[in-house]
Design a protein around this ligand. Structure first.
Ligand code: NAD
Length: 422
């Protein structure tokens, strides 16, 4: 029953409207002019493509995909490509907006972009997945490039998909162009530390928040929704720091052990079949994972999972949004009133785009850094950004999300003014 209720909510909450409301709230707090808000509330360019793909059985299937570029005033746009059956144009537009503000929070010379293809990669063979990946990049090739718009992985896309996409673009372009896309395998110009970067950045912000709240990391209980790149690696890094991972979930279900899950076993089961094989007695309703009495909750799957329907039942002290857009504005209000510290997506998961930026810089220089160098640079940026946001939140007596947007909006506005756009 609860699953069905959540599904209905998912369909009725439009992430684009959420993103626009978040921008408006922060901009109004700063007294920003209406015309600036109007610019920031919309992507500057959106492309819809329909491209044919030959399936293994010889039939032709037409796939629909989108690329949204929100604002390129400080540099090329940047953001992942999502392959998912529920991708919508509004979702992609929202994600591109969040990317602009994310890059702004951590001070990267990028605007926001995002792409998506309506497909279920779990139902595609490897060769079909390759043809969908190449077909999409060919379809959007006119508007991407190392100095225009630089895609990256997102939900259900990975380094192999990035490699095919880079290859197609390089062939179209007539020259090897690793800087067109990030999140590539190491041998093709990927960066050390990129695979772990989103989770590492998220964990750094959790550590800073825990210090502020005087909560010890050792023994802190953590529930994680989503066990992919962001969720699984966050679980590992937090466990290394002494935290107790008590619950995890993926698209098939959730498991919970108040004594702490055996993470190595969960990983093995995930790789072999499903985390649910951990044991029936450990299985819980996936929506109840969000409401567990834990110190830290890490939503690391999809958007709109914390809404006004469940926000009041959230017991976590800290929510670190590894996922993009997991919390609706109504839920934010409830969480704030209940004293839950929300580390917003545009800060908590900015580690991914930060190391993507490092990857792009290394590709352009054709000179590569060690993992230690990458992690050290990432840590410097994440710690600095967390405290900039936290300080502004205190100054304006507001939450971290609004403060994070305020920092970004001021940066983008300044650049638009200097370039004569406004
Ligand atoms: P991924 O494809 O590696 O993993 C997604 C995980 O979510 C999978 O384990 C999947 O089973 C799970 N999932 C799907 N539907 C679910 C549901 N209804 N309930 C619970 N789990 C569910 O994707 P990812 O890269 O880890 O991305 C996860 C989130 O993090 C997304 O919101 C993405 O935009 C965000 N993010 C990722 C990166 C990155 O670098 N990978 C960077 C920034 C933000």
């Amino acid at each position: 029953m609860v699953m069905i209720k959540n599904r209905v909510e998912l369909e009725t909450i439009n992430p684009y409207v959420t993103a626009q409301r978040q921008v408006e709230a922060a901009a109004r707090k700063l007294g920003i002019e209406e015309h600036v808000i109007e610019i920031l509330k919309r992507p500057m360019r959106v492309l819809t493509v329909n491209f044919p793909v030959k399936m293994d059985d010889g039939t032709i299937q037409v796939f629909e995909g989108y690329r949204s570029q929100h604002n390129d005033v400080v540099g090329p746009t940047k953001g992942g490509i999502r392959f998912h059956p529920d991708v919508t144009l509004d979702e992609v537009k929202a994600l591109s907006m969040w990317m602009s503000f994310k890059c702004g929070v951590v001070g990267l010379p990028y605007g926001g972009g995002k792409g998506g293809v309506i497909c279920d990669p779990r139902k595609l063979s490897k060769s079909e997945l390759e043809r969908v990946s190449r077909g999409f990049i060919e379809a959007i090739s006119q508007i991407i490039g190392p100095e225009k718009d630089i895609p990256a992985p997102d939900v259900y896309t990975n380094p192999q998909v990035m490699a095919w996409m880079m290859d197609s673009f390089s062939k179209l372009n007539g020259s090897y162009s690793p800087a067109v896309i990030t999140g590539k395998p190491l041998i093709l110009g990927g960066s050390e530390g990129r695979n772990e970067a989103t989770a590492r950045g998220c964990v750094i912000t959790i550590c800073e928040a825990m210090k502020q709240l005087n909560l010890p990391l050792e023994g802190a209980t953590v529930a994680i929704q989503g066990f992919g790149n962001a969720g699984r690696i966050s679980a590992n890094l937090l466990a290394e720091l002494g935290c107790k991972i008590v619950a995890v979930s993926d698209s098939k279900g959730a498991i919970y052990d108040p004594e702490g899950l055996d993470l190595a076993k969960v990983e093995q089961l995930k790789d072999e079949a499903t985390i649910l094989d951990y044991g029936t007695s450990y299985q819980i309703d996936p929506s109840s994972l969000l409401e567990l009495n834990v110190d830290v909750l890490v939503p690391a799957a999809l958007e709109n999972v914390i809404t006004q329907a469940n926000a009041d039942r959230i017991q976590a002290k800290i929510i670190a949004e590894a996922a993009n857009g997991p919390t609706t504005p109504e839920a934010d209000e409830i969480l704030k009133a209940n004293g839950v510290l929300v580390i917003p997506d545009i800060l908590a998961n900015a580690g991914g785009v930060t190391v993507s930026y490092f990857e792009w810089v290394q590709n352009l220089m054709n000179y590569y850094w060690s993992e230690e160098e990458v992690n050290e640079k990432l840590s410097t940026i994440m710690v600095r950004s967390y405290h900039e946001v936290s300080k502004l939140a205190e100054e304006y007596d507001t939450d971290l999300r609004t403060a994070a947007y305020m920092i970004s909006i001021l940066r983008i506005k300044k650049a638009m003014k200097l370039r004569g756009w406004i």
